[in-house]
Design a binder for this molecule. Structure first.
Ligand SMILES: [Zn+2]
Length: 63
């Protein structure tokens, strides 16, 4: 038996911004090195999104 100084509820905190956590990524259009294609990348967390995204991408939780 001993005193627990450390917090047992300490969990690994995700380094993802709050907005990104809410799927509110700040998409920024960037082109590939070759320039043949383009895709979106979040300038906050760096998440890349495929160019062919569904029209109803607002709903649903991905992760
Ligand atoms: Zn993001």
């Amino acid at each position: 038996m001993g005193c627990d100084a450390a917090n047992p509820r300490e969990k690994a905190t995700m380094r993802k911004p709050l907005r990104c956590h809410l799927s509110l990524h700040s998409w920024r259009k960037v082109s590939t090195e070759d320039g043949s294609g383009q895709f979106r990348r979040c300038r906050r967390c760096g998440k890349e999104q495929e160019p062919a995204d569904p029209p109803h991408w607002s709903a649903g939780g991905g992760g």
